[in-house]
Design a protein around this ligand. Structure first.
Ligand code: ADP
Length: 449
């Protein structure tokens, strides 16, 4: 606005000065004509014309000088330079018949020269009228307007600033409320945030509540995990204690009985150490504490080795262990970890099977992934339990799991290992018919940032 104001003021000033010059030139011409007629330039220096010149200079707030063709000043309304010579360029230009005017805004001055012509047919230039004017009076109303406009602008500026501050206060209020609610919620109370004032605050509230919900679930599962760990670790210790107490209370008992009890105690200790081992593996997987030891591996050979190792367990319950390989598969894997993951799946397929059942393991690949499928003819997993089987310590049938030496951590470990390989694990099952686990892993391991 200020720039526009300055540009407009300049333009107005120019226009005002131009129109003033035009009207002054016209007035001057009339007077000069009259002076020519009265023979002023022939030496008839009459008082009326002089008075008119003075009057005009006074009106214009300036100085008028009349210069004759010989460049001599014959009349100066300031009565200072009469008889002197004026050889300035604008005078010479006017003597050649030209009109010159110049306005200097910085010094508030304007001058113009105008040729005075003879009244005969030749219309020859017989002199020049030189006018110098102080333009402050012409500029005054425009400058006044400019000042008013600036004042108005300042008033507007102050008002707008105040209005903006008030508006800002009210606009930011919901944001402050939001920040406060988030602060309150982050003290662990999981209180939901709701600031529906703006669409944006509503969206932030919703997103925050979703995150909060997830955090709450995480927190709950952490607490659950801790109490599960405590419980799981306590169970073998309780058994050991009961066994030891009974041993002590037996007094004189046959050695075989002692040996039996000691065997049970030893089994419970094995269980305890298995739980601790599994927990350690899991926590290392979670923290990425052990790096993947990726190497190009013949997966077919690996699978055959795993099944060979598990064959004796299957044989005990007369379970048929079948391996089907559709093509040779070479992949970038961590041999030890993937062996653990697949062993868990096949072990489960044997554990949760019926006597004389079967376990089928197949290996296939396309150009991007290889697939390991472990199917069994076992008890199956209820539909509502399918989404939980990968959770730590989750067991469909606690008694059966414990009886078979399960810790409830096997599938969680398998899933962790598959995820480390950037793969996926899925489970399909039908109660009473059997279960299928499908593992999909990329053939080429790509390091993530
Ligand atoms: P566990 O040590 O108890 O076997 P897992 O994590 O390996 O723990 O498995 C979790 C639970 O999922 C098991 O307790 C079992 O109830 C169920 N499960 C796993 N694999 C099978 C399977 N092949 N058939 C039926 N149930 C299974």
């Amino acid at each position: 606005m200020l720039t526009v104001n300055f540009i407009l003021t300049r333009a107005y000033l120019r226009a005002e000065i131009n129109s003033s010059v035009a009207s002054m030139e016209a007035e001057a011409r009339i007077l000069v004509d009259q002076m020519t007629k009265s023979g002023y330039f022939q030496g008839n220096d009459d008082a009326v014309n002089n008075a008119l010149l003075d009057q005009m200079a006074e009106n214009w707030n300036g100085r008028i000088r009349i210069v004759d063709a010989g460049l001599r000043i014959i009349r100066d309304t300031y009565s200072r330079d009469e008889g002197m010579y004026l050889t300035a360029d604008p005078v010479l230009a006017a003597l050649r018949g030209g009109y010159v005017n110049h306005y200097d805004a910085a010094s508030h001055t304007l001058y113009f020269t105008e040729p005075i012509t003879s009244l005969d047919e030749n219309a020859s230039v017989i002199g020049v009228i030189v006018v110098n004017i102080d333009t402050t009076r012409i500029e005054a109303p425009i400058r006044e307007q400019q000042r008013n406009a600036i004042l108005l602008m300042v008033i507007f500026l102050v008002l707008i600033t105040f209005a903006s501050l008030i508006l800002l206060h009210y606009t930011c209020k919901p944001l402050n409320t939001l920040a406060l609610s988030i602060n309150k919620a982050s003290d662990g109370s999981y209180r939901k945030v709701n600031v529906p004032n703006y669409r944006e605050t509503q969206r932030i509230s919703d997103a925050f509540n979703r995150t909060l919900g997830r955090l709450q679930i995480l927190d709950q599962s952490r607490q659950e995990f801790v109490s599960n760990v405590a419980h799981e670790l306590k169970t073998p210790i309780t058994s050991i204690r009961v066994l030891a107490d009974s041993l002590m209370g037996m007094g004189e008992a046959p050695v075989e009985l002692y040996q039996d009890f000691m065997k049970d105690i030893s089994e419970e200790i094995d269980r305890e150490s298995k739980i601790i081992d599994d927990l350690l593996s899991l926590s290392r997987l979670d923290n990425n504490a052990i790096p993947l030891n990726i190497a190009r591996t013949n997966v077919n050979e690996k699978m055959e080795l795993i099944l060979k190792r598990l064959a004796p367990i299957a044989k005990v319950r007369n379970i048929e262990l079948l391996f089907e390989s559709f093509r040779p598969v070479m992949a970038d894997i961590d041999d030890v970890k993937l062996t653990l993951a697949v062993t868990n799946l096949v072990e489960n397929a044997i554990k949760y099977n019926k006597d004389d059942g079967w376990v089928k393991v197949s290996l296939n690949a396309d150009y991007q992934f290889f697939y390991i499928k472990v199917s069994d003819s076992g008890v199956g997993i209820p539909e509502d339990a399918l989404e939980h089987v990968f959770e730590r310590f989750y067991r469909v049938d606690k008694a059966r799991s414990r009886a078979t030496g399960g810790t409830g951590l096997g599938l969680a470990i398998s899933r962790g290992i598959v995820a480390m390989h950037h793969g996926e694990i899925k489970v399909y099952s039908k109660m009473g018919e059997g279960t299928t686990f499908v593992v999909r892993i990329p053939l080429h391991y790509i390091e993530e940032d």
